[in-house]
Ligand binder design. Structure first.
Ligand code: ADP
Ligand code: MG
Length: 695
């Protein structure tokens, strides 16, 4: 075995490890829980807990933690040690089935959107046995869901698991109709690509904006940016390469199949992608990836920036959520070999198209965050309009279906779902539309709107639920049908006709698309605060409630938390800006200007006839920009004070977006100009040029 295969998954209590360490009977019972969600008995849990503890202790663990994902989108952990006093001054290492299955972190300070006030004060964590436990930094991590005692989800995992269940239920109904009597479960799968920036830690530490907000709030563009495209896929610098090597090793130990890594478009920007896996595990893994990126970078005296837009004027970072669904035997979005398989493929494909069109605002909501507002609709990320790219061949087929090829046989093209084979699809890698927010890439859809810091839970909750909804509607129709193929053709044609407008193969970055999309009646929700509003629209609440993914209370709580998160983020940014402007930029510029003035007077006193217009002009420019900065600062302080007065959280978020954010831009402008006017030594912190090129 080579080193990589030896370390891969070495810190994971995987199925293989469980099989080795558990009595046969216990393993079989556990496997039924894992595969079919059967309830775990206390007796089985006891045996599993003990084996897990022994394994973890061998790996050097002294503590365990119920690792969960509160609604902040981050992860949370509270460590307890395994030690139990024996009564005679010694301790033994203990871990019971009860401790494995359920925990009670007090954790009452996490945002709960009012859920806990109305229900139960304490939250509890429950083991998600389908995502394996692992050892990290001397602690056994047990992935868990976090709920209130009344059952309300207080986290991002519980609704995800519910949405996976909903999708499975509806997809299995469809498979039954296609004659598959064996499949018990359909699983959604995800492979998230993660972008990030790496800068030097010493430089990072000199920037309060990076430390407090994750992005630069000031900074003039350096003479060189990304225009030469010399960074994209370029050779990786030694320092970065060493960091990436250790990153891979750490991720492999955790069973995360980090597969590709490369330099991205912007200088100092990189990307990693794992091999796809079951959605809830992919979500857990992506959280670990973000965490590990930061920790490993730190060990290399580097700082990892996960923010969606660390540098204005430079490409931002996103996350591509590659999504599909499948049985243990096949990917349901993989075009088939036989007419029967192709009819089934088209059914699932059309379900996704219809879901995306009908619930486009929910997908937009799933990509809403304060950081992502700097990307969506700007000239690099997909626009805020949701559309689907299918590729030429598939678009052609869908277009024929729209024109009645299945049911009315127009012209010379007559398609029959049950009889004819679809043309063979070429998996086209070269002609991919990179500007599409939602692209079919051969056997999966790639949702490209996500921001780099976001938990990928939200988008997958939405995808699973909305696709489940359309599948349930199709299944309702087909289960009643006497002529299966006739009904299927009619349903597919109807869905294609209704939803064709969401298909767009052109350049999503082009200005004309915005007008075209408007003509087609596609929503263009420009900002996060507007996107968050759609969460509580009746149609959107209904689909979540119908499929048991969220209750109304859970939706309203989450909406409130999203507004709150938005408001708090911008508030921190504004306060940081005020502090940096007042205490760093202004004093530095004042000193520099005073020095310049003194220099001018001393020259004048020695050489009364010396030409000093140039120097004076320079001083004048500095003074004017300084004055504009003071005006900007006062305006920002005023906007912020007014916003603090707003009581309603939705209105407050809007005030942040439409009053505070523009005021921040106004303050930034003269400050960035000042950076270009004073000497390099006079500027109080590292510049964009330093951060982006001195790694
Ligand atoms: P690209 O050419 O964009 O790099 P890849 O085929 O390498 O495309 O896939 C990108 C991501 O999509 C990877 O994380 C990969 O594992 C994932 N992926 C591939 N197949 C599936 C699938 N069936 N479900 C979910 N994700 C998938
Ligand atoms: Mg991609």
């Amino acid at each position: 075995m080579n080193n990589t295969s030896r370390i891969f998954g070495s810190n994971v209590f995987s199925e293989v490890t469980m099989k080795e360490r558990l009595p046969k009977d216990t393993f079989k019972k556990l496997k039924r829980t894992l595969d079919y969600g059967e309830e775990l008995t206390p007796a089985v849990a006891e045996v599993v807990a003990n084996a897990m503890k022994d394994w973890a202790v061998e790996k050097g663990a002294t503590h365990y933690t119920h690792w969960f994902q509160p609604m902040t989108g981050k992860t949370a952990e509270k460590h307890d040690s395994f030690i139990e006093p024996t009564g005679d001054g010694r301790v033994i290492m203990e871990f019971s089935g009860k401790q494995l299955i359920q925990g009670e972190p007090d954790a009452s300070s996490f945002p709960n959107g009012g859920l806990r006030a109305t229900f139960e004060a304490r939250g509890y964590t429950a083991w998600d046995a389908t995502s394996p436990a692992f050892v990290k930094d001397g602690t056994l991590y047990i992935p868990t869901a976090f709920c209130a005692y009344s059952g309300e989800a207080l986290d991002k995992k519980t609704p995800l698991l519910r949405s996976m269940e909903a999708l499975s239920t509806q997809a299995v109904r469809i498979l039954r109709l296609f004659g598959d009597d064996n499949t018990q479960k359909v699983t959604s799968t995800v492979g998230p690509e993660q972008e990030y920036f790496i800068v030097d830690k010493k430089l990072y530490q000199q920037r309060k904006d990076l430390i407090f907000t994750g992005r630069t709030l000031f900074g003039a563009l350096p003479p060189k940016g990304q225009e030469l495209d010399d960074h994209y896929f370029g050779s990786i610098k030694d320092r970065i390469s060493n960091f990436m090597k250790e990153l891979d090793e750490e991720l492999w130990k955790l069973g995360i199949s980090s597969k590709t890594k490369h330099n991205e478009v912007a200088p100092a920007q990189h990307e990693m992608a794992p091999i796809f896996t079951t959605t809830n595990i992919a979500v857990d893994h992506n959280q670990l990836v973000m965490d590990t990126l930061i920790k490993v970078a730190n060990r290399h005296d580097l700082a990892c920036l996960l923010h969606e837009k660390p540098f204005a004027g430079v490409n931002g970072s996103g996350k591509h959520n590659n999504w599909s669904m499948g049985t243990d035997k096949m990917n349901l979005l993989e075009p088939g070999e036989t007419p029967h398989e192709n009819a089934q493929f088209l059914t699932f494909l059309v379900a996704v198209i219809a879901a995306v069109n009908r619930y486009a605002p929910l997908l937009r909501l799933a990509a809403a965050s304060p950081g992502n507002d700097h990307r969506l609709g700007a000239n690099e990320a997909p626009p805020a309009i949701i559309s689907i790219f299918l590729g030429e061949q598939l678009t052609d087929i869908i277009e024929q279906i729209k024109n009645g090829a299945l049911t009315s046989c127009t012209g010379h093209t007559c398609m029959d779902l049950g009889v004819k084979t679809l043309p063979k699809f070429e998996k086209d890698v070269t002609d991919r539309n990179r500007t599409s927010p939602f692209a079919f890439t051969g056997n999966k859809f790639e949702f490209r709107m996500l921001g780099s810091t976001m938990s990928i839970s939200g988008p997958n909750i939405v995808l699973n639920t909305i696709v489940a909804e359309v599948l349930s509607e199709i299944a309702d129709g087909l289960e009643k049908a006497e002529d299966f193929h006739g009904e299927l053709s009619a349903i597919i044609e109807k869905l294609v006709k209704e939803n064709f407008k969401v298909i767009f193969d052109g350049d999503g970055y082009d200005e004309s698309w915005i007008r075209e999309a408007e003509k087609r009646g596609l929503p263009n929700i420009k900002t996060s605060v507007e996107a968050i509003e759609v969460f509580s629209h009746e149609k959107n609440m209904d689909v979540f409630i119908k499929h048991g993914v969220f209750s109304k209370g859970e939706i309203l709580a989450r909406q409130e938390i999203m507004f709150e998160e938005y408001a708090k983020t911008i508030n921190i940014e504004a306060l940081t800006m005020i502090q940096v402007a007042k205490r760093e930029i202004m004093p530095a510029v004042m000193n520099y200007g005073a020095e310049l003035a003194r220099d001018i007077s001393s020259i004048a006193s020695i050489l009364p006839s010396a030409p000093l217009d140039g120097q004076k002009k320079q001083l004048d420019r500095i003074t004017k920009a300084y004055d504009a900065a003071v005006v900007g600062l006062e305006a920002l302080e005023e906007a912020l004070a007014k916003t603090h007065e707003v009581k309603d959280i939705k209105e407050e978020s809007k005030a942040y977006k439409f009053e505070v954010c523009p005021a921040m831009e106004v303050l930034r402008k003269p400050c960035d100009e000042l950076e270009t006017l004073v000497s390099e030594e006079a500027w109080p912190f590292p510049t964009y040029g330093d951060l982006l090129f001195r790694v």
